[in-house]
Ligand binder design. Structure first.
Ligand SMILES: [Zn+2]
Length: 488
């Protein structure tokens, strides 16, 4: 009996010291609470990949490793809830079917991209158009953010499949058709009803359904739209599976369709104002629509970087930005400077902007879509409506939309639209966690949550540049010095 209890004690002591060996104590950092936007000097104890205690003082005896946090600000790692991991800015989609088809530039990109997200403090991403297969390249990298995904249900003949030179049907394994007769040969019609596709998304671990409400960019309306009957079936199937709907829609009329359908998230800002273009202020009809967004609690992704990234193509200094060097592999950055790499800029130019000098084109983007999008964001944030950090990286083939850096530029974009720094911190942390249904694990520095944290030199409630003053990223309890993540 005596021997038995003695060995039990030894086992306990051994177990405790083993557990303690994994512990990390962050001492006396200024912890920012995203719920209350209050600051408190506290100790934070991590064990393995979790936060296990947050208190004014924790005895250092409990921890083996210690970090002196004094003078630094501790916040949860950021969540970017609109990314596309298998798309390379300025190039296109990575061919996942064969590694032989992946160019050296694509491979250099896929190695660096997850590190670039981490470099800018993005420790969680939500890929809105993904499948388990499309995420494999990212997940096999030694360091990467925590990855969540949605399945997208475009219609066979609608946006974005209208860009057949960019997208193949295989990139959208959950595409849907109005009738089985519309399903192209070689695909099983039984898999492509909205009901079957959404059941597969759920089974594959998808957390949401992405629908596309788009009949043409700007004033155009030449692309086939999903019928309202199909949208209703998508809505009902998503509800049955318990999956929120994220809607691609960026024009007034398209967002109205999405809001009337009862989607959970608008996956873009509203920068196409159709008949209201060039109206000063915020037209009453748009205000009425935004009041519905607020009343129905539709979460809002401003995605200021979609248009911002296109504008940046007409600014030759963008590639010289020192922050670009931090996130883009050298060989890819060199390629972006070649004439070949300007294909998308020339495409945009030929879309009605021929013979205009770059500064005039930039100005047109600023005066119309960018300014219009900002007025919508300002209206929503003044109503206290929750916004989400969602950069849409890369939302189009612009090379200006780079992983991580684009998330930071999105935060800056929200500030330029007039969003307060507190609301920006919430957009990047708890708002996304709540909408994604992962608030128990992410979104604040709280006991029990996953230890994805950032130590900053500057206070993000004082300056948006604080998000570029990260000294260490803590990923699942592992401390990473920021500069080790930069591109080579
Ligand atoms: Zn997108």
């Amino acid at each position: 009996m005596k021997v038995k209890s003695f060995s039990l004690i030894i086992t306990l002591v051994l177990w405790q010291s083993l557990a303690a060996a994994q512990d990390l104590l962050i001492e006396q950092a200024t912890v920012i609470n995203p719920y209350t936007l209050t600051l408190n000097k506290q100790d934070v104890l991590l064990r393995d990949d979790r936060i296990i205690n947050v208190a004014d003082h924790i005895s250092p005896l409990e921890a083996v490793r210690r970090i002196n946090g004094s003078g630094k600000f501790l916040i949860p790692g950021l969540t970017d809830s609109h990314v596309h991991l298998s798309m390379v800015p300025g190039i296109g989609i990575i061919d996942l079917t064969s590694s032989a088809k992946q160019s050296d530039l694509q491979l250099a990109f896929t190695k660096q991209a997850p590190r670039s997200y981490l470099y800018f403090g993005v420790t969680q991403v939500l890929d809105l158009v993904a499948s388990p297969e499309s995420l494999e390249l990212t997940l096999k990298q030694p360091l990467h953010p925590d990855v969540f995904h949605c399945g997208a249900v475009p219609t066979v003949n609608g946006y974005p499949l209208v860009f057949s030179e960019l997208f193949s049907l295989d990139f959208f394994p959950y595409f849907v058709a109005e009738t089985s007769a519309q399903v192209p040969a070689g695909y099983d019609p039984a898999l492509h009803s909205p009901e079957a596709a959404i059941t597969r998304i759920k089974k594959d671990g998808g957390r949401c359904v992405k629908v596309f409400v788009e009949n043409g960019f700007g004033d155009q309306s030449h692309w086939p739209m999903p019928s309202s009957a199909l949208l209703q079936r998508i809505q009902a199937a998503a509800e049955r599976e318990g999956l929120p709907i994220y809607a691609h829609a960026n024009a007034v009329d398209m967002q109205k369709i999405a809001i009337d359908l009862g989607v959970d998230v608008l996956a873009h800002g509203m920068w196409n104002w159709n008949q209201y273009t060039n109206n000063p202020g915020l037209p009453e009809d748009i205000r009425y629509l935004l009041d519905q967004v607020v009343e129905q609690g539709v979460a809002f992704q401003p995605t200021t970087r979609v248009v911002g990234g296109v504008r940046d193509l007409f600014d030759r200094t963008v590639l010289d930005d020192l922050l670009m060097k931090k996130v883009v592999p050298g060989e890819l950055l060199s390629w972006y400077r070649t004439e070949d790499a300007q294909w998308f800029r020339e495409e945009v130019r030929h879309d009605g902007l021929d013979n205009l000098p770059d500064n005039i084109i930039r100005n047109l983007f600023e005066r119309r879509p960018i300014s219009q999008g900002r007025r919508v964001i300002k209206y929503l944030t003044d109503k206290g409506h929750p916004l989400l950090l969602a950069s849409d990286t890369p939302g189009n083939p612009s090379y200006a939309n780079q992983p991580g850096l684009n998330s930071f530029l999105e935060l800056r974009g929200m500030q330029q639209a007039g969003v307060a720094l507190g609301a920006i911190l919430q957009a990047a942390t708890i708002n996304n966690a709540r909408v994604m249904g992962v608030e128990d694990d992410y979104g604040s520095v709280s006991s029990g949550k996953i230890a994805n944290l950032l130590l900053l030199d500057k206070n993000p409630l004082e300056t948006v540049e604080a998000y570029n003053s990260i000294s260490q990223i803590i990923l699942k309890g592992e401390v990473i010095e920021r500069e080790t993540l930069r591109a080579r």
